[in-house]
Design a protein around this ligand. Sequence first.
Ligand code: NAD
Length: 482
Amino acid sequence: MDLMNYIDGNFQAHTGEQWLDVVEPATGKQFARVPLSSPSDVDSAILAARKAQSEWGGLSHSERAGWLDIIADELESRYEDIASLESRDTGKPISLARAVDANRSVANFRFFAEMIRTHRGEVFEMADADNFVTYRPVGVGALITPWNLPLYLLSWKVAPAIGMGNTVVCKPSEMTPMTANLLMEVIDKVGLPPGVVNLVHGDGGGAGSCLVSHSDVDLVSFTGGTSTGAKVAASAAPHFKKISLELGGKNSSIVFADCDLNKTIEGVGRAAFLNQGQICLCGSRILVQDSIYDEFVEGFIDSVESLKIGDPSEDSTQLGALISSGHLKKVKEYVSIAKDEGGHFLTGGDDMEIQSSLSRDLEGGYWMAPTVIGGLSPDSRCSTEEIFGPVVTVHRFKTEEEAIEIANGTRYGLAGSVWTEDLEKGIRVAEGIRTGMVWVNTWLHRDLRTPFGGVGDSGVGREGGRWSLGFFSETLNVCVKR
Ligand code: NAD
């Protein structure tokens, strides 16, 4: 399948001859081609978005909310397509693609429809005057997304952006473009006014950087790696674009001796290995209180070793393949670094066993056993740098203060989890961590009204709920003297 851009309400071939193969991570085989769009394709998409903006921005909140609901209904009717394309494109288990990717993509449109429908400006009264605060569209937005949760993250941006009256140009990851294409099919089918949502395919250095640095883009919402985020910020800065950066993470799961051990093992394991550990929120450094360290590690390793790894299209599969050969290589390099740093494998670290248990079709895929490493210092590279794969490190701590100090010992600050039956302590420890989101006795339990985002190398700004509505709008205050 050769994909096309979607510009001004039409699927269009890109200008130029360059293509990139889309590879299925579970087999290592090509199954589609994605265009490497040129600067002139990006120009056309931005022009279409600019042309459509004033009419779209002039609709009422409830009219735009109505469109979001229409898109949600149509997306929902393609629920199974979303799940199977996402599973094939990313290598994730089909059960996860259904429960997380397909569900959330639909839910994002419905949630923002409801928020926007009820969104009002504010009034601040003075003794002799009234202030009326209104929220207006920013203009044309560039929405750039990564490969790990393709439609989940794209819909998280498109819905609030167009809901608040902006028009957009999307640039999905070149590695996982299939469900962005599906969203354009949906938008085309429901007849959203041309130019409101446009899509250019391509790589980061080409279409991505061209889009971000374009002088006619007013806003950039970027989710991806920290080093890419730095480039995006630098190229958006000269035009003072509104910018939101959702970047990498290296999150701690802090396990106290008074936790419910069975539930904690299950929760910490999910936080460590969901989506093969390729979620920015994954808890990849596990800090365990000294007095239960051995008991926790024994139960944890048993549960990790029982995970079923293999064909993503099978309902019972719990761990799929990593996204690409390049990424697998990077993750394995960290495993060698761990050995050099004095770490020892509590499980995993060697993929031979997996390869021999896979069917022949899957032999060319990018597989790795879930790997748990002990014996490393909490300030080692493997414990502080984002690996973004099925690799976690385990560390001991004695006191609350020590746990917080270790958790804060990275440049990232996205998420974290605390496991204890003492909820006061859980909240106290959560508040001690320099991060954007902490869960107590759970992980990735999301209320879409809450702020999402991080500090330090994890990014700038927050999205979610009213934070998204604020980011995707400009406020105007009109002060009227009585
Ligand atoms: P990436 O930074 O390589 O790419 C992300 C997107 O940016 C892709 O669409 C890519 O084509 C584009 N891009 C690359 N260079 C660009 C440039 N110079 N200008 C504009 N666009 C450019 O990230 P990835 O490998 O696709 O995703 C993995 C990373 O994303 C991890 O670090 C992960 O933690 C992070 N992530 C963060 C969140 C979050 O919400 N904080 C969510 C998911 C993933």
